[in-house]
Ligand binder design. Structure first.
Ligand code: UD1
Length: 407
């Protein structure tokens, strides 16, 4: 167990570089297991979730070497082993083992997937897709002597199931097509990686076409983390500061930046991203599948609304993703939870003690603490460090008073 001790009200100033995107990195790590030979991934972020993902593919016989910003993965000795429940229970992205192990070994034990549990997170699309590609279910295990290409449509866009589709279809002889896929930019990194491994992948308005086969080792650079960028920009606004965020694609953050602009902030994306605001008018945040506002930035925006003129946070991806609000309330945030979402009231942020209910919920508490006068403690810091590289170091370099402490 660990905590952050934060003395709030220091204005953040300076420049910060974001790390590689967690959500782009994790699919690539699991996809590397399906490639024959050696792969190189450049820019994996130094975060807890990446460590667990690497350990999970190491269990399957992958050999991993990290040198500076490059991670080398060799799969010459890969062989199937039941994934250890302890690791699987700590990482939502361990669902990508379904696609990776079925492709590489023709079998996988399914279930026990952990990670952020802000809502029930079903895997029925993943399983139905595997069935359509010829996998047979026997209790908790799936087997497929030979996968067959398919044309498949998800009822709604799912990032996780789209990743598994890409991993499976890229290793399957023949042409597969997915309709109604997720289009989140972090999937682009996986597409780039699989193309460089020899798969043909084309995307159009309706779906994704993949012509797969035996794949060879490949190389990719992980894009910058837009969610980290949004978190840092929110930290800057909540402390009345002005920082420049480098390394993230402003286009990926455009729904977030558009809402800030509409609320009266000055947004500049000429060199990195800067956002400044004297005040912000009420904001309406509706999180949904890309290109809408990203669900991961819903919790991040909530304390910002509270610190300024209030507004609404409505999550249409995860209908119950509001558990973090009861922790934000311990730091002064007033809200009313209704059937459609949360109404955040203009509030005076106050120092206090709160806990990270999940990764982004924990980051939201850190933001509220940065905006509150006095000392706050944010518990379960390790939950936040699962997804933010060098968080303390970066915030401290920008002028925040933040300390990490093991309990
Ligand atoms: C989602 C987000 C992703 C974010 C992550 C963590 C979207 C589309 N995806 O990805 O950007 O980084 O949460 O916060 O915004 N669903 C099913 N059955 C399935 C799979 C999904 O019903 O088998 C439903 C889910 O209940 C959810 C929606 O589809 O309502 C999207 O889920 P999905 O994109 O798969 O979730 P993640 O991959 O975790």
């Amino acid at each position: 167990m660990s905590k952050f001790i934060i003395r709030g009200k220091n204005s953040l100033r300076g420049t910060v570089n974001v790390a590689g995107s967690k959500n782009a990195a994790l699919p690539v790590i699991f996809a590397a297991l399906t490639l024959f030979g050696s792969s190189q991934i450049i820019g994996l972020p130094d975060i807890g979730d990446v460590d667990i993902a690497l350990r999970l593919i190491e269990e399957q016989g992958a050999s991993i070497t990290r040198q500076g910003s490059v991670t080398y993965i060799n799969t010459d000795r890969a062989s199937y082993k039941k994934p250890s429940p302890e690791l699987v229970s700590r990482l939502r992205a361990s669902t990508y083992l379904i696609g990776a192990c079925l492709s590489r070994f023709g079998r996988v034990d399914v279930g026990g997937y952990g990670g952020c549990a802000f809502c029930p997170r079903p895997i029925d699309y993943h399983l139905a897709l595997c069935g359509a590609m010829g996998a047979l279910a026997n209790g908790d295990s799936l087997t497929a002597a030979r996968l067959r290409p398919t044309v498949y449509k998800f009822p709604k866009p799912s990032v996780g199931a789209t990743v598994n589709f890409l991993i499976l279809a890229a290793s399957t002889d023949g042409e597969s097509r997915l309709l109604n896929p997720a289009r989140e930019p972090h999937i682009d990194t996986l597409v780039e990686f699989l193309r460089s491994a020899g798969a043909y992948i084309e995307r159009d308005g309706e779906g994704i076409t993949v012509r797969g086969g035996t794949l060879h080792g490949a190389e990719v650079t992980v894009r910058g983390d837009a969610i980290e960028a949004g978190t840092m920009l929110a930290a800057s606004l909540i402390t009345g500061g002005g920082i420049r965020v480098m390394g993230a694609d402003p286009a990926e953050l455009s729904p977030f930046l558009a809402i800030l602009r509409r609320a009266g902030a000055t947004v500049d994306t000429e060199l990195g991203i800067t956002v400044r605001a004297e005040g912000l008018s009420p904001m309406l945040v509706i999180a949904d599948a890309y290109p809408a506002f990203p669900t991961d930035l819903g919790p991040i925006t909530a304390p910002l609304l509270a610190a300024f003129s209030g507004g609404h946070v409505i999550d249409r991806v995860w209908l119950g993703r509001y558990g973090y609000l009861s922790e934000l309330a311990k730091l002064g945030v007033s809200y009313v939870l209704g059937e459609k979402g949360a109404k955040i009231l203009p509030s005076r942020l106050t120092a206090g003690s709160a806990a990270a209910t999940d990764l982004r919920g924990g980051a939201a508490c850190i933001l509220a603490a940065l905006g509150a006068e006095g000392y706050s403690e944010i518990h379960s810091a390790e939950t936040v460090l699962r997804g933010y590289a060098d968080l303390c170091k970066k915030l401290t370099a920008l002028g925040a008073d933040v300390e990490y402490s093991e309990i």
